[in-house]
Design a protein around this ligand. Structure first.
Ligand code: SAM
Length: 263
């Protein structure tokens, strides 16, 4: 069971520095829009779930200037930074809320967009069910999330240092497909790609994760401070698995497109 208030607080604390380190998030969010069906798709209303500081909501606003935008995020702090983003204040309705219990009426939006937020919703069938509930018949769901191979190098390095779980786990592509089908979405298309980012040190990677607000939410996470010796062991294990001297980190990006059947 994830403590959602804790997730909200972590992201709120990270909010003011988030945009400075969220290059991958911006790149994935932009690419996601390319997956939209070509032609005359003109949603009247769009939900951006886990909207964060609003970068992608602004992209949606440019792509669909006549649509009304609803940005939902669990972190008040993220929504405060969002409020300062130029051009969005009057255009987007901001709501602090949880993707697993969306504060929206049934059948009230034409499109749900969510960029790299679903990895924080542990029960995918619940969140997909919520997307299905709030979409109108024929509505479109477009999302990205991290897949199970993400941060595998860091996870392996920690496994060599102690028995705790130090890195979040991510859903597999097939688990995501199953959740979409269970929720009764049609035209389901889920793709994945591996993105490998090189860091100068393990510390640089850990610092970036911290600045993004991405804290460890696994059940078996250590409840005490990790000792220096264990930390050093992890760093050595990470470095010794890297033949190039650079510290590579894998991010598996999963993109999904699905549609509610038309009545
Ligand atoms: C990595 S950020 C992505 C933000 C934004 N979509 C972007 O592309 O920059 C993840 C966001 O999801 C939000 N979030 C996490 N769990 C959530 C939940 N259960 N419901 C709504 N938002 C959530 C966080 O507060 C954070 O703003």
């Amino acid at each position: 069971m994830i403590d959602k208030r804790w997730v909200g607080r972590s992201f709120s604390r990270a909010a003011s520095g988030y945009d400075r380190v969220a290059a991958l998030q911006r790149q994935v969010g932009e690419g996601l829009l390319d997956r939209l069906p070509a032609g005359e798709f003109m949603p009247k209303s769009i939900l951006d779930l886990g909207a964060g500081t609003g970068y992608c909501t602004a992209l949606l606003g440019k792509r669909f200037p006549n649509s009304s935008l609803i940005a939902v995020d669990i972190a008040e702090g993220m929504l405060s930074i969002f409020k300062q983003r130029s051009g969005l204040q009057e255009k987007a309705l901001r709501i602090c809320g949880d993707g697993e219990t969306l504060p929206l009426r049934d059948g009230s939006v034409d499109m749900v967009y969510s960029n790299l937020a679903l990895q924080w919703c542990p029960d995918l069938s619940v969140v997909m069910g919520e997307f299905f509930r709030v979409l109108r018949p024929g509505g479109v769901l477009l999302f990205s999330t991290f897949g199970e191979a993400s941060l595998c190098e860091l996870r392996n390095a920690w496994a060599k240092a102690d028995n705790h779980s130090h890195v979040n786990t991510f859903a597999s592509k097939s688990a995501i497909e199953t959740a979409l089908t269970k929720a009764k979405f049609g035209d389901v298309s889920v793709l994945n790609e591996q993105c490998v980012i090189a860091y100068s040190s393990v510390n640089e990677l850990l610092c970036e994760l911290k600045k993004l607000g991405a804290h460890n939410i696994t059940m078996n996470r250590p409840r005490h401070l990790t000792g220096k010796g264990v930390f050093r062991k992890m760093m050595e294990a990470y470095a010794s698995a890297m033949p190039t001297g650079r510290i590579n980190a894998t991010f598996e990006i999963i993109h999904g497109l699905a549609r509610l059947p038309s009545n």
